[in-house]
Design a protein around this ligand. Structure first.
Ligand code: TMP
Ligand code: ZN
Length: 403
């Protein structure tokens, strides 16, 4: 299978095949299972610009509908992280006369609430109504739209140029990234910055985190691919900063061409990516082989635990669980339920594998022998919260192991 790159039109060959998959965050109600949507989840890297991308494209209106269930404030660590991001931007970039920040995909206002509290001019661009309402309840101003070049032009006409455009765990979701980059050029003031943080290809490869691939992640970025994409659209990559969040992310800072000098970190990370061959499609082929091994070992472990009469539950229902359970063919016979603290996911099921999502209280009363930790990026917070759990944790990242 070959397609052309969404950024530079170069050739992209499929290297990772995660089978036929439903939407990661669909979480249908038990009576909504007829006619579930499936597509082939194949991932490739562009030969020319090294951008890692899904071969298929799921329309954004289908993914970010009004009841989109993801809540960015879903953990203490995430809430504190984004309050910290806001405080830092207020201190470093939003310091001039009447500064203005735009956030693409502000979700429940986890970042902009701090900006609103500081009385700084801001606008969240958020098409999903339920999360937008949560943001508004925190005093955040929201434009209910998808961000693209046209929206950027309208915001600039109505509010003037932006000092900062921010996005977290959203820019890599947007398949029309070219239009977003053009929009950034339109909306930013001469010394403005476009700052975004997204799961990092280096972390995905290093940890065999194949479950980071699902329909919403149209791209998985690297410093090399973002630098190439920025250049194509008149921007420079001027900083890159590794982050621990979401199992390993990178924060990228883009500025208008020639406006700012790149930091030393950019050159260092580019060199490290070349040494780790993160700009080579063969690296994805190798990742595919390791994902197959995880799949085989995880299903073998769960099958043998079932044969031994052990009771196994799932913990955490991030979109990642959809990829893992559908790729591995894990259903309720191996994992009868998964608990998750997000009310909008409870009393629903994981798309495709149909594992019911229940409240954490069900898990605590049930006291299973084993729990598969699907929200592995929150391991510390969850294990501390569940310190009374007397069973054992099963992790499958970076390889299958029992704690
Ligand atoms: P995320 O990694 O994509 O943010 O998703 C994490 C999921 O894990 C989210 O659905 C909330 C859930 N979760 C819990 O159920 N309990 C917890 O203590 C934490 C931190 C997360
Ligand atoms: Zn390309």
């Amino acid at each position: 299978m070959e397609t052309s790159c969404r950024i530079c039109s170069g050739p992209v060959k499929g290297s990772i095949d995660l089978g036929v998959q439903p939407r990661g965050n669909a979480f249908p109600k038990p009576d909504q299972l007829a006619g579930e949507f499936f597509y082939p989840l194949i991932v490739g890297m562009c030969d020319s610009c090294a951008m890692v991308q899904l071969m298929a494209e799921i329309p954004q209106e289908v993914r970010y509908h009004d009841e989109y269930p993801y809540r960015a404030s879903n953990s203490t660590v995430h809430s504190e992280h984004f309050a910290g991001v806001a405080r830092r931007l207020l201190r470093t970039e939003l310091t001039g006369h009447d500064p203005f920040i735009v956030e693409i995909g502000c979700n429940d206002g986890v970042m902009l609430a701090t900006v609103a509290d500081a009385g700084v001019r801001h606008l969240g661009v958020e098409p999903s109504q339920e999360v937008a309402a949560l943001a508004r309840s925190k005093g955040v101003r929201v434009l209910p739209r998808f961000f693209d070049e046209e929206t950027a032009g309208e915001i600039r006409a109505g509010h003037g140029p932006a000092d900062v455009i921010f996005g977290a765990n959203v820019i890599a979701h947007i398949s029309h990234l070219d239009s977003v980059l053009k929009g950034a050029v339109t909306l930013l003031g001469p010394n403005g910055v476009f700052v975004f943080e997204e799961p990092y290809l280096g972390a995905v490869v290093e940890q065999t985190a194949f479950d980071l691939f699902y329909d919403e992640h149209s791209f998985v970025f690297s410093v090399s691919s973002i630098r190439a994409a920025a250049r194509l659209f008149g921007l420079d990559l001027v900083d890159a900063e590794p982050l621990a969040i979401h199992g390993g992310s990178m924060r990228y800072t883009l500025a208008k061409r020639g406006a700012r000098l790149p930091t030393a970190a950019v050159g260092e990370l580019l060199a490290s990516e070349r040494a780790r061959r993160l700009d080579r499609p063969a690296t994805l082929v190798e990742l595919n082989r390791r994902a197959e091994r995880v799949r085989d070992e995880l299903t073998a472990l769960l099958t043998s635990l079932r044969a031994d009469g052990k009771r196994v539950a799932g913990y955490g229902a991030p979109a990642k669980i959809t990829t893992v359970t559908n790729y591995c063919g894990i259903g309720t016979e191996l994992i009868p339920y998964v608990c998750d603290s997000t009310p909008s996911k409870q009393d629903r099921v994981v798309a495709g594998s149909h594992i019911p999502v229940v409240a954490p209280s069900v898990f605590r009363e049930d006291r299973p022998d084993y729990a598969v930790l699907f929200a592995w990026n929150h391991a510390k917070e969850i294990m501390a919260k569940e310190s009374d759990f007397a069973g054992r944790w099963i992790l499958y990242i970076p390889e299958v192991h029992i704690l």
